[in-house]
Ligand binder design. Structure first.
Ligand code: GLU
Length: 303
């Protein structure tokens, strides 16, 4: 009899070390962890440290300590994007050789003159697409997207369809001075690390078609995607370091985890908030129902 083997679930939480962990990132971490653990899968932490000017000293250690204090457990050591720099450049050069990407000399000033804007910002009109410029640190590198129509089904927000040619145009994968863009790094890492599903905030749903397209240009299979609502403050802004989201405190672990379950649409029994962190996790893994996650873009922070 033929048996088919399916890859074991592998998920990840990928914080940027721009500051300590806050409630908004906790909700994402909880959802990604429960998706993995409830399917008897593995869960990894990837520190997205490719943007040194935005990094805060000590943030990586603080994030890892808080995740541990809040009861998250990973069978593997954290992965650091910084160690992958050469790999990103290698893949960008490979994409140029395959004619899936090209060097672009347009300055910020040139780009500011672009008049058409789509759901992902200014639509690049392809000015340098056929110039065959030799790559140099003075130029950025763009991935071609022609008229690729990207369809995928998000586990929370349902069927998505984007025409990248119309909505974004060819997009930057390496910035000047060979600095990898987020979209290049995430596409390579998610493919190489072989995640079966990516769970992250709704704010990244709009860039997912680019990730899918780029992953295919790299010759790899894109993971599945689940986006979850972002948590917003009183002004309706996403909780983040820039909006001064308070750092998570170890002594609030139980109530914060309990609130995260509620915000994710789960229905934890009231008594759970007074139980140990590990009892909360035991209940959550056993009773996780992703179909209850609200398909709203955001949820207000209510503490
Ligand atoms: N590093 C991103 C953040 O902290 C998340 C990226 C991802 O999950 O793909 O918002």
């Amino acid at each position: 009899m033929l048996t088919r083997s399916y890859p074991r679930y592998l998920g990840r939480f990928a914080p940027s070390p721009t500051g300590p962990l806050h409630y908004g990132s906790l909700v994402t971490a909880v959802a990604s962890y429960l998706q993995a653990k409830s399917q008897n899968g593995d869960w990894l932490i990837r520190i997205e440290d490719i943007d040194p000017p935005r990094e805060q000293a000590g943030a990586t250690n603080s994030i890892l300590r808080t995740l541990h204090d809040y009861g998250f457990r990973s069978g593997s050591k954290p992965i650091f994007q910084k160690k992958q720099f050469k790999n990103y450049i290698y893949h960008a050069q490979r994409l140029i050789k395959l004619n899936h990407a090209y060097a672009c000399e347009c300055s910020r000033k040139d780009l500011a003159l672009i008049s058409s804007h789509g759901s992902m910002g200014a639509i690049y009109p392809g000015t340098c697409a056929n110039k065959n410029l030799a790559p140099s640190p003075d130029f950025s590198i763009r991935a071609r997207c022609r008229h690729s129509e990207i369809r995928f089904s998000d586990a929370v927000y349902g069927d998505q369809c984007t025409n990248l040619g119309k909505e974004s145009g060819d997009f930057v994968i390496l910035r000047r001075d060979y600095l990898p863009s987020y979209i290049l790094a995430v596409s390579i890492d998610d493919a190489n690390e072989r995640y079966t599903e990516v769970v992250r905030g709704y704010d990244l749903l709009a860039i997912t078609p680019r990730q899918i397209h780029l992953t295919k240009l790299l010759g790899r299979k894109p993971p599945n995607f689940m986006h979850i609502p972002i948590i917003t403050n009183d002004q309706g802004e996403k909780l983040s370091k820039q909006t001064h989201a308070p750092a998570l405190n170890k002594s609030h672990a139980r109530i914060m985890l309990y609130n995260a379950l509620i915000d994710l649409g789960q229905e934890p029994p009231k008594f759970l908030q007074w139980r140990s962190v590990m009892s909360i996790w035991d209940w959550a893994v056993m009773n996780w129902r992703p179909e209850l996650i609200p398909a709203a873009p955001s949820i207000p922070y209510r503490l």
